[in-house]
Write a protein that binds this ligand. Structure first.
Ligand code: G6Q
Length: 550
């Protein structure tokens, strides 16, 4: 057993855990109004900066003692050893017996990270170079379609980790993208996804990127076969596949079996988890959209945060602080969710992306040693861009009965400066975090002349915690840093909770569960059903209605 596998004391028996529990008892009713009145310079203490991101965590229900104890907990949980083990390429994904090396995707040429004695950095850069050359060819029209027409449309076919990163990054970096090309993302096995994505596309100008680590995922392979049929039917030649299909995968055999020349395949490795793969070849659509230079800038942003995480003392380490605050609210205040509220429309898919990153990683109920946890693990992440969310669900955060810690994300400079729009946008961000923290007392409401019966309704309890992440501008570098911030925050949480943040057995189950029923729905002879009575009745009803005359 390596050092990092040495049995740890159960989390709730760590000395810092009991100290935190006692500390929580002492400060649980503490008011942010009071904390700020007592220490007007509070933000100077409770803020940190790294990789171009400024984190203000002063509007949290914490004191210096809270942070001291949380950092002590991180120490007792062996966080630094685990960080080092990840960067060394150790097999910290225990249940899949794999290294966890998305950080290797962001290394510079000349660095060295060994997996089973082999330096993976040259492999990473060899693929990056091939990706860059291919992306350039598509962008400058050297790589044409089968009929000689220029490629104008790129459709990424993938799901989960092979979709959410590409689609989020494309939306986030749209400002930097080639505006004379169209990018679409087909993930759902619902035929509507493919139909709507391709209805206005000219097949002769369309490139499909089939992105699948395993190249066996039902949804992706179904969509890929449909895409191939659509292309061949429209162009009237099987040979067209060569110029219109490329693959991103770890499984060359399946790629070849599908009919894509492995010369047109871009590889990655089993030590890149699906939800951690947007900086790998899975980012091909991103690279075609924004160009190789911008893609490399994004990698540099990832790398800056990786280095910050690996080397910065925990007191000033952004992902560590954010991860520990998530633990503080989940385990001591009983918070069930975290809201992520980007004040930038380009980040509209960022909450969805984070849902997979956080919830697939830390939605675990068993520790690394196989025992059931007796504490909460990963909270539910959700959110929408501001200011839109303010006109819908923020009501519940302000005046509902639940404690929902929020992450506000904003930028000091607009990418589309239009009059005073950006100032108005940012004013809203600042106002929301202020209102959540400090609320409005009944007396303040009365002073506004509110009739007494209405006072309770117009009073805001406040004392709701939030972090604010500010950056200068949404650039490729900053997007990389932001994603890495959350990746490493998730890592920090997983280490504290003693779980495997890098497996996904629930997803694997989903991949096999539907197969039996697919056979029952798709075969001619309609085999007898052996499910529970509810499932049998639903399937029968579906079959009857489906086959009935309209
Ligand atoms: C991610 C998960 C999962 C995966 C998809 C697609 O961490 O493992 O979301 O990315 O199921 O898998 P393939 O890339 O193998 O098609």
């Amino acid at each position: 057993m390596t050092e990092m596998n040495a049995p740890l004391k159960p989390l709730t028996q760590l000395p810092a855990w009991s100290k935190l529990a006692a500390h929580y008892g002492a400060i649980k009713d503490i008011q942010l109004r009071q904390l700020f009145a007592d220490a007007p310079e509070r933000t100077a203490h409770f803020s940190a900066e790294g990789a171009g991101l400024f984190l203000d965590y002063s509007k949290h229900r914490i004191t210096e003692e809270t942070i001291r104890l949380l950092i002590r907990l991180a120490g007792e949980a062996g966080l630094q050893d685990r960080i080092d083990a990840m960067f060394r390429g150790e097999r910290i994904n225990l249940t899949e017996d794999r290294a966890v090396l998305h950080v290797a995707l962001r290394t510079q040429r000349g660095e060295s990270i060994l997996v089973d004695g082999e330096n993976v950095v040259p492999m990473v850069h060899a693929v990056l170079d091939r990706l860059a050359s291919f992306a350039e060819q598509v962008r400058n029209g050297t790589w044409n379609g089968h009929t000689g027409k220029r490629i104008r449309n790129v459709v990424n076919i993938g799901i989960g980790g092979s979709d959410l990163g590409p689609v989020m990054a494309y939306e986030a970096l749209r400002h930097y993208s080639s505006r004379d090309m169209t990018f679409r993302f087909v993930s759902n096995v619902d035929g509507t996804d493919f139909a709507e994505a391709t209805r206005d596309l000219d097949p002769a100008e369309t490139l499909f990127i089939v992105s699948s680590k395993t190249f066996t995922t039902l949804e992706t392979m179904t969509n890929a076969r449909t895409a191939r049929a659509w292309l061949v039917q429209n162009l009237g030649d099987d040979g067209a596949v060569t110029r219109h299909f490329v693959a991103v995968s770890t499984n060359a055999a399946e790629v070849a079996k599908f009919g894509i020349d492995t010369a047109n395949m871009f590889g990655f490795w089993d030590w890149v988890g699906g939800r951690y793969s947007m900086a790998s070849a899975i980012g091909l659509s991103t690279m075609i959209a924004i160009g190789p230079d911008n893609f490399r800038a994004m990698l540099a942003g990832f790398r800056a945060m990786d280095e910050h995480f690996r080397t910065t003392p925990f007191e000033r380490n952004l992902p560590v602080l954010m991860g520990l605050l998530t633990v503080w609210y989940a385990n001591f205040f009983g918070a069930q969710t975290v809201a992520v509220l980007p004040y930038d429309l380009y980040l509209k898919r960022f909450p969805a992306y984070l849902q997979q990153l956080t919830m697939e990683s830390n939605g675990k109920g068993v520790t690394l040693s196989g025992t059931d946890v007796d504490y909460q693990t990963g909270p539910i992440f959700w959110g929408e861009p501001g200011t839109n969310g303010q006109h819908s669900f923020y009501q519940l955060i302000h005046q509902g009965t639940r404690l929902i810690p929020c992450d506000f994300i904003g930028f000091c400079r607009a990418l589309n400066p239009v009059g005073s729009h950006h100032d108005i946008l940012m004013a809203n961000l600042f106002a929301q975090s202020e209102a959540l923290a400090f609320g409005k007392t009944a007396d303040e409401v009365r002073k506004e002349g509110t009739p007494e019966w209405l006072v309770p309704h117009r009073t805001f309890p406040g004392n709701y915690p939030s972090s604010t992440i500010l950056a200068d501008q949404l650039t490729p570098e900053i997007l990389g840093a932001l994603v890495a911030l959350y990746e490493h925050s998730v890592f920090t949480q997983g280490v504290i909770w003693q779980i495997d943040s890098f497996d996904q057995w629930g997803v694997e189950l989903g991949k096999v569960l539907a197969q039996r029923i697919i056979g029952e729905l798709c075969s001619e002879e309609e085999p007898p059903l052996g499910h529970d009575s509810s499932t049998n009745a639903l399937i029968m009803r579906y079959r009857n209605k489906r086959d009935a005359e309209m």
